[in-house]
Design a protein around this ligand. Structure first.
Ligand SMILES: [Fe+2]
Ligand SMILES: [Fe+2]
Length: 534
């Protein structure tokens, strides 16, 4: 219990995880239809495999090389708990199972229409649960497909806010956070889970206590008002000590630039604070001098710019903790209604953010410059995913190009852009040039498993050395930063990557740095945290 009359802050070493049906909530678990696919396909498959062969899963998790694969990271005495989660999906969540099966059925119906003639008669064959939520259409080559009416789905019973909950745990060197795509969050002695949905005011208040003190009375009341589980007492999460941070305070006409980990940059002037792709870690005794955390970020964030809909770039864990400090989130525009490309705007609006979409080359004016969405090629396994852009930030005459995982698969794009953008001062490039097969992330959305050949050839690749070199030559930047490789071990639960010195992502990065050095361009591989000079 916390004492009445005293005020408390969330401890710096407390980590927060949003959950959907006991699994780490990444953005595809928010739209009803994609959520149904991942729960009914991926989650169930992994959990069943664990129940049937827990020894193998336990062994595999001891092997570092298997990081990022589908081995559930729990102990053999947790088999029964996992069985309960499977039973829940199969018996208590008819909407999830029905929605997922409805997609299989719908696609089967559409595959059968090959005449190229009118598809109006097919509406009657749309599975009932989806009727009124889809429009059928054909492309100019008479291929039939469908569009989900996403805004309507969020306002229906198919959007199940009741499956959202949150977990708090204490970082501890002896406990690692399991990989988010392989392991449900089990309510053990190291965690407390509380049945709060992501838009709850009480959740906001809990998360606000990262930087604003909340009374012990109020905190006790929240933890007693909702069902909780797990052995960690809520009093262990809070402290009377305000977390100490190093906030930036740029003077007039000054620009401060910070690398805040993974693909995250903080750009600040005396009148604007912009965060790009924040993935904010929590401080523990080991990493506290290597990272910037919540107390090091500005009290008010004007813009959060997100590059694409991958879990390490639109990180709900981070975003929910920044929601009360953020004015506007900028996201790339998408096509609307496609299963593999749910709207980032709708996901975040549903979660209570103020959001604006920017189309390719669309610009938002600032007092001292502008923010422009720049086309982003590749890195999505050739799926028709439009929800991706790089960001060009122009402030006080400086231009910063945040490329994220853009893969330079057509150099001509950058030649066109160079003419429009002009001189680039900072070029930041993601170089995870050997990404996972695209089914690693999107497999649950398929109704028929693609062949091995297809899976292996279509990967989530960022730029390699040759592609990076061409971008560097096109833009002639004053500084180059390579980033977003997932080298920080405190992001292992999200990245599922384990590099060796000779991993291609590392050697291609090294070649790029050497190339820049020979060309006289200052360049660095950013890991952890850095104060940068413009
Ligand atoms: Fe990505
Ligand atoms: Fe990434």
């Amino acid at each position: 219990m916390m004492e009445n009359g005293k005020e408390y802050y969330l401890r710096e070493d407390v980590y927060f995880e949003p959950l959907f049906n006991s699994w780490y909530a990444w953005p595809y678990l928010i739209p009803p239809v994609t959520a149904a696919r991942y729960v009914s396909k991926t989650h169930k498959r992994i959990m069943k495999s664990f129940v049937n062969n827990s020894k193998l899963h336990v062994l595999a998790n001891k092997e570092n090389v298997l990081t990022g694969s589908e081995f559930l990271d729990a102990s053999e005495n947790q088999v029964d708990v996992v069985k309960t989660l499977i039973d829940k999906i199969e018996h208590d969540l008819p909407v999830i199972e029905d929605l997922s099966q409805a997609i299989d059925k719908l696609e089967e119906v559409l595959r059968g229409h090959i005449s190229g003639e009118s598809i109006e008669y097919l509406y009657e064959r749309i599975p009932d649960i989806l009727r009124g939520y889809v429009e059928l259409h054909m492309d100019l080559n008479h291929n039939v497909s469908y569009r989900l009416i996403e805004p309507l789905l969020y306002q229906s019973d198919l959007y199940q806010k009741s499956l959202q909950s949150v977990s708090f745990g204490l970082l501890d060197a002896s406990l690692k956070r399991p990989f988010v795509f392989s392991t449900p969050r089990l309510a053990d002695d190291a965690h407390i889970q509380i049945q709060l949905d992501f838009t709850s005011d009480d959740l906001d208040l809990l998360l606000t206590s990262r930087d604003v003190a909340v009374s012990g009375e109020k905190l006790n009341e929240i933890f007693h008002s909702y069902p909780t589980c797990g052995g960690l007492g809520h009093a262990r999460l809070f402290t009377e000590d305000k977390p100490e941070g190093q906030r930036l305070e740029p003077g007039t006409n000054e620009i401060s630039l910070r690398f805040v980990g993974h693909a995250g940059f903080l750009l600040q002037t005396d009148d604007v604070a912009i965060l790009v792709d924040p993935l904010i870690a929590n401080k523990d005794s080991e990493n506290r001098d290597k990272i910037f955390s919540y107390a090091d970020l500005p009290q008010k964030i004007d813009y959060i710019c997100l590059t694409h809909n991958h879990q390490d770039h639109i990180n709900l864990e981070t975003l929910l903790q920044l929601r009360h400090r953020t004015d506007l989130v900028l996201v790339p525009k998408n096509n609307g209604g496609s299963l593999p490309d749910p709207s980032m705007r709708l996901i975040l609006q549903t979660l209570g953010f103020k959001v604006r979409e920017l189309d390719d080359m669309e610009q938002l004016g600032l007092n001292s410059g502008s923010i422009t969405a720049i086309p982003f090629l590749g890195e999505h396994g050739d799926l028709n995913v439009r929800s991706k852009c790089a960001w060009l930030l122009k402030i006080h005459g400086k231009a910063l190009f945040m490329g994220a995982d853009s893969s330079n698969i057509d150099q001509r794009l950058y030649e066109h852009l160079k003419k429009l953008i002009g001189k680039v001062d900072v070029l930041a490039l993601g170089m995870e040039c050997v990404g996972a097969p695209y089914t690693w992330l999107y497999g649950a959305l398929h109704t028929e498993t693609p062949s091995r050949k297809i899976r292996e050839s279509r990967r989530l690749n960022g730029s390699d050395f040759e592609q990076a070199k061409m971008m560097i030559n096109a833009f002639g930047p004053s500084q180059v930063y390579i980033y977003a490789l997932g080298q920080e071990h405190w992001y292992a639960h999200l990245m599922g990557i384990n590099y060796e010195d000779d991993s291609r992502q590392i050697t291609e990065t090294q070649r790029t740095l050497e190339y820049c050095q020979e060309a006289g361009i200052p360049a660095e591989n950013l890991v952890g945290r850095r104060e940068l000079q413009l």
